[in-house]
Design a protein around this ligand. Structure first.
Ligand code: GLU
Length: 547
């Protein structure tokens, strides 16, 4: 049996060579410095915030260098399969403005010339690469059962040696070809392992784009490259896919950092150019003064569906992710108000190597700012879109009172310091419900300084009878408020009251507060004059008379 026949015997069924694949997936013709990178999740059906953060960095790096960002689905662990798991990921990415140049566009379709972009459809490719190693005596079949591996581990523990399948402990590394053939003919199952050429005493030094220069022991483990089901392990698929898809940068979670020596070794045994690595630390959360990893299990804000359900605009999420990625973004954005995230140049070396804090409060502040700069029409459209899915009562009102609602959103909007009461579209109802009669029910009034109901009614009735004219401009309206105040024994100006508090029952502010609470139940609202303009005479009278 020649080496080639032996390799075909171990992994039968495909006569392509590495050269064939090199031709099928040629080097990309891209400008100097272009970054080709990917988001490579398992098909779990959703993206969590940590992964969105990585995907944001990946897509941004590709975009700003005129490179390529693609979505590859890593489904070699078939135990972790979820129905519709690819579509869920695609939808989440789309909802957050992360667009792909290549890769999966549905459960089974993709765009781009470097596919298939789903690993279960690449089995033959991996096997071709594994066969090359077998042919060159750099890989071999291993017949160890779980129990055999367990026994090796126990023995290593007893003699206090390093745990793992390496060197003299790599039992099946030393099987003769005849032994292998006879085992296979007997029907024994096997995996394919790398015959690691590394030495633990040696060090590999490499420069991580985020973590800096690192020195790690060389890999000497005979890692599994092809599993019993014929599919590759993560390590081997990483080598094959990222080589053939011509990935230049591997941007991934730092849980993969300890595997770097394995990956560098794999690229070396094939003689392929190694990609650059950028390992991203997990997002952190401050919990009772202690920083810990943002947890998919404990923290609702780790799920990106959370942002959708609350109606937090994706633009705000992206602005925040950019701030988390490079903290200098915030300053830059303040100084470049007319620009967007796309205009900012993200830098690897400014990404925190130990993990950045993910603070929802800060995100909501950014979101408040963002929404405050939208036009009333934009707020209306986004609220409509949000409520269509999450709040049918609000949606009906927005449809029924379109122009009115736009006017409501326009109060204190187009001005130097616009109102900032909306951090998310689920706040729209909370902040504006009193402008809709349909919602102005089951009321609880929050009277402020004046709480005596007789006095309140007296103020309101006098106002309606003697001072209220819906055609007044703002100045006249305010002067009348002062007239009303002085006619009832309150100071026209706050300052007069402060100078001689004993001379007055209160001041003009207390009077207008009574009106504000009567019309809205709230002590804090946007401009009362504007609110009254929109409510109109009949509804104002009606609200007052119902007290
Ligand atoms: N499928 C791997 C994961 O989900 C991808 C890691 C990588 O980007 O290489 O962790």
């Amino acid at each position: 049996m020649t080496n080639k026949e032996y390799a075909d015997f171990l992994l039968p069924g495909n006569d392509k060579t590495i050269e064939d694949y090199e031709k099928m997936y040629p080097e990309r013709n891209l400008p100097e410095g272009a970054i080709v990178t990917r988001y490579a999740p398992s098909p779990t059906g959703f993206v969590h915030m940590g992964a969105l953060f990585a995907a944001f960095i990946e897509s941004k790096m590709a975009r700003q260098t005129n490179g390529v960002f693609y979505l590859r689905i890593e489904d070699t662990d078939q135990k972790r399969e979820v129905e519709n798991g690819v579509n869920g990921i695609i939808t989440d990415l789309k909802n957050y403005g992360v667009t792909i140049d290549e890769g999966m566009t549905s459960e089974s379709e993709w765009i781009g010339n470097y596919g298939p972009y789903i690993q279960s459809k690449r089995k033959e490719i991996y096997q071709t690469f594994a066969k090359y190693l077998i042919e060159n005596d750099l890989a071999y079949p291993c017949f160890c059962s779980e129990e055999d591996l367990d026994n090796i581990r126990k023995e290593q523990e007893t003699v206090k040696d390093r745990i793992g399948y390496y060197g003299k402990w790599a039992r099946d590394r030393y099987l003769s070809r005849e032994e292998v053939i006879s085992k296979i003919e007997k029907g024994e199952s096997y995996v394919i392992r790398l015959k690691s050429p590394g030495k633990f005493e040696n060090k590999v030094v490499y420069d991580d784009l985020v973590k800096g220069k690192l020195e790690l022991p060389e890999n000497d483990m005979d890692i599994v490259i092809i599993k019993g089901d014929g599919l590759p392990t993560y390590h081997f698929a990483h080598l094959v896919d990222d080589h053939l898809m011509r990935t230049t940068h591997i941007i991934r979670g730092d849980e993969w950092l300890p595997s770097v020596p394995i990956h560098l070794q794999l690229f070396k045994v094939f003689g392929f150019k190694t990609p650059k690595y950028a390992h991203i630390a997990p997002l952190l959360k401050e919990d009772n003064g202690i920083r810990r990893k943002l947890s998919k299990r404990k923290d609702p804000e780790a799920a990106i569906s959370y942002y959708h359900e609350k109606g937090i605009p994706l633009e705000a999420v992206l602005l925040y992710l950019c701030t988390v990625a490079n903290s200098n973004f915030e300053m830059w954005y303040l100084q470049n108000k007319d620009k967007t995230v796309d205009d900012f140049k993200l830098e690897f070396k400014k990404i925190s190597s130990s993990g950045s804090l993910f603070d929802v409060e800060k995100l909501l502040n950014i979101s408040k700012n963002y929404i405050s700069l939208l036009t009333a029409e934009e707020v209306y459209n986004k609220s409509l879109e949000y409520s269509e899915r999450y709040d049918s009562e609000l949606h009906d009102l927005l449809v029924k009172y379109k122009d009115y609602s736009i006017n409501v959103f326009n109060i204190e909007r187009n001005q130097k310091k616009p109102r900032k009461d909306l951090a998310m579209f689920s706040d729209v109802k909370k902040e504006n419900w009193y402008m809709y009669d349909e919602l102005f029910t089951n009321l609880e009034y929050n009277w402020d300084t004046i709480t005596d109901m007789n006095e309140i009614k007296n103020i309101l009735n006098t106002y309606v009878e003697k001072y209220f004219d819906e055609n007044d401009d703002k100045e006249t309206w305010f002067n009348k408020m002062k007239d009303l105040a002085s006619s009832l024994g309150y100071a026209r100006e706050v300052k007069d009251y402060k100078e001689n508090p004993d001379n007055y029952k209160g001041h003009v502010g207390d009077i207008s507060m009574v009106l504000r609470v009567a019309l809205t139940t709230k002590t804090m609202t946007p401009d009362l004059y504007e609110i009254m303009k929109l409510l109109g005479k009949e509804r104002i009278k009606d609200r007052i008379s119902k007290l």
